[in-house]
Design a binder for this molecule. Structure first.
Ligand code: ARG
Length: 472
């Protein structure tokens, strides 16, 4: 029996139930639905809408439903449209007539919005914790990279040498911004919609403020229409998750390149690489490739949700049921990627000699020659042209650049020293730059940032981390 059978004369068509049911996916909200219902019942008791005795009966029934869901004995029925229906139906079976009081002053519209916010709050915190864990791995690898260096690239062409630590921390800072975004999205979604009813509030003396604080929300909705129709929090969460996935994708692409024979900068640990079913010699970077591939999927989750929202009139529309699967999918896929990449970065071996060889090519210090001339008074544009001419000459006539520099009246042997192995990277001395001085400073700043994020997430998780009934 549906929750709305009183209004309609006929029983719902099988096709209607098959097409509109959300239970197959929203059963994942069971734990949050029970949490919301418990707070709702306590609010009804405080408001005098339900007696203390009836409240206790309802809470006990909800408790039992929780146990049944957790241990797999909960019997779902074909008529259970969604998790809210299933829980209320079962509460009524357990609590008898008292069960009929559970939904007082409430609609599934404010209920589902509440459930999804509780879910998103918990998951964003858990995911931010996993992003911080990956930052910690990068920080540790950067710390132990010492003075190792490799070519820095623009346009995927070798440009200037950079410390390996600098390169790894470039990814680290992107992840740190992701944590900020996840935390910020979580802060904005920390609003309880419960008490908005179907769309307009209630004639009954509900207590939305009390219910909000009971649920641990920072506050309650300001506008009931907005409360039941707002899915900005899903869109924001999805964007924060998707951009994180895009960062993992870029890291994955780099690992793919670095682990090729052509590049040879990285060797994946055997436990984090795959083989080929046909080619006996293969060692493939599948985690890195999937980190790259799955970003496309999250982009789909985000854009799909935005498309769902764009034409909706106020307030609740059934289209909003389409909010859940993209969010669940993005959460699951990102969690997998973060954990797998943390393993990859913990265990990958960097070939420091190959990196050094690639970075010590003669032209990596070209701009150092130009800057050397600038320090001696030459306008930069002139110095640039002079060095560019020497490089062209060196390439075309196949003469070592050092020879041309040594012979040039404006340069000479003192300037040749700039071309020595490992010299150029030491000259990047400006704040935030790629040389040893600024990178030492950056390592300390990054460690402080990550530690602060780790502490903030600990507080947001309330010590509990992620809990929840897993409903199969
Ligand atoms: N399963 C629905 C959803 O996810 C719950 C709300 C249904 N509300 C309604 N008025 N039919 O959005």
């Amino acid at each position: 029996m549906t929750l709305w059978h009183g209004r309609l004369g006929d029983t719902p068509a099988d096709e209607l139930l098959a097409y509109t049911a959300s239970l197959p996916f929203d059963r994942r909200l069971a734990e949050d639905d029970l949490t919301g219902s418990r707070a709702h019942v306590r609010g009804l008791v405080r408001s005098g809408l339900v007696s203390a005795d009836d409240g206790a009966i309802l809470l006990a029934a909800l408790e039992r439903v929780g146990v049944e869901l957790a241990d797999g004995t909960f019997g779902f029925r074909p008529g259970d449209e969604d998790i809210h229906t299933a829980v209320e139906r079962r509460v009524t079976e357990i609590a008898g007539d008292v069960g009929a009081r559970l939904h007082t002053g409430r609609s599934r519209n404010d209920q589902v919005a509440t459930d999804l916010r509780l879910f998103a709050k918990r998951e964003l915190t858990a995911l931010a914790g996993l992003v911080v864990a990956l930052e910690e791995v990068l920080a540790a690898r950067a710390e132990s990279a010492g003075d190792a260096y490799l070519p820095g690239y623009t346009h995927l062409q070798r440009a200037q040498p950079v410390l390996l630590a600098h390169h790894l921390l470039a990814h680290g800072w992107a992840l740190a911004r992701d944590v900020d975004r996840l935390t910020d999205a979580r802060r904005r979604l920390d609003v309880s919609p419960l008490g908005a009813g179907a769309l307009a509030g209630s004639s009954l003396p509900l207590d939305p403020d009390g219910v909000a604080s009971d649920l641990g929300f920072a506050g309650r909705f300001e506008n009931s229409l907005d409360a039941v129709s707002d899915r900005d929090f899903v869109a924001e969460a999805l964007f924060a998750l998707t951009l994180t996935a895009v960062h993992l994708s870029r890291m994955g692409e780099e690992l793919v390149l670095w682990s090729t024979e052509e590049w040879g900068f990285a060797t994946l640990a055997d436990a984090y690489a795959t083989g080929s079913s046909m080619l006996p010699q293969k060692k493939n970077p599948d985690i890195a490739e999937l980190a790259r591939g799955k970003a496309g999927r999250l982009i789909g989750d985000l854009t799909g949700l935005l498309a769902t929202l764009k034409g909706l009139p106020l307030s609740y529309n059934r289209d909003l049921q389409e909010d859940k699967e993209p969010l669940f999918d993005a959460v699951d896929q990102l969690r997998g990627g973060l954990v797998a990449l943390a393993g990859v970065y913990t265990t990958v071996t960097f070939d420091l000699a190959a990196m050094r060889r690639a970075a010590d090519g003669p032209t990596g210090a070209a701009v150092d020659l130009a800057e050397w001339l600038v320090e001696r008074g030459m306008p930069f544009r002139e110095a640039h042209a002079l060095v560019a001419g020497l490089v062209r000459d060196s390439v075309e006539r196949r003469v070592p650049l050092a020879e041309l520099v040594s012979a040039h009246p404006a340069l000479g042997d003192a300037a040749v020293e700039l071309l020595g192995p490992g010299v150029a990277v030491t000259r990047r001395s400006t704040p935030g730059g790629a040389g040893p001085g600024p990178v030492a400073d950056q390592l300390a700043r990054f460690a402080a940032t990550v530690a602060a994020q780790r502490r903030a997430i600990g507080d947001a998780a309330g010590g509990g981390g992620r809990g929840g009934v897993v409903v199969g």
